[in-house]
Design a protein around this ligand. Sequence first.
Ligand code: HEC
Length: 172
Amino acid sequence: MSKSILLLLGGALVLAPLAIAGRAPQQDAAAPPAASQTPQPAPAPAAGGIPADTKNPVRPTAAGMAKAKELYAIDCAMCHGDNGNGKTDLATSMAITPADFSDIKMMNAIPDGEMFNIIRVGKGKMPGEDPARAKDAEVWNLVTYVRSFSNPAVAVPVPEKAAAHSTGRRSR
Ligand code: HEC
């Protein structure tokens, strides 16, 4: 390497921080006033819930799926049926026609976040699942459980350790 290139490089190294320092005040001047720097609320949730395009962050575990099955049997099956097809006596008497959970096309048309919202908030004649009854992770497991009627592979448990790692916390 020639001496002049080394000098150029050296000069760039010295000048770079100066250039950054020189730009900093300008950025400050362009920044919005302090008042608007207070924490902003999360992006507007859809219909009292989370954004519809939110991906299910909870991976299935044996314990999580067992709990989801139990919740489903008590809180959902009377309307949606043990097999998820929605053809129940209660649905008939309430004159409701819930989707057939075993119809994969129908289920794929409902994004994870929207399904979370429907289960958490409710929809039409369907009541929402109270947070005291099902934590967020449990609602996500219900989303997985509901999807398993049309696609059993989604509910195949991953080892507890892998699941805890993937969500950054232990599943409850
Ligand atoms: C009282 C009856 C009832 C109960 C209980 C109920 N649902 Fe529903 N559910 C419905 C009806 C009716 C719809 C359709 C709502 C609409 O589109 O207006 C629905 C819609 C859904 C949908 C969206 C697919 C669709 O049909 O549009 C999902 C997913 C769902 N329910 C899951 C659940 C889960 C999980 C539970 C239990 C935690 C549950 N539901 C409890 C009646 C019920």
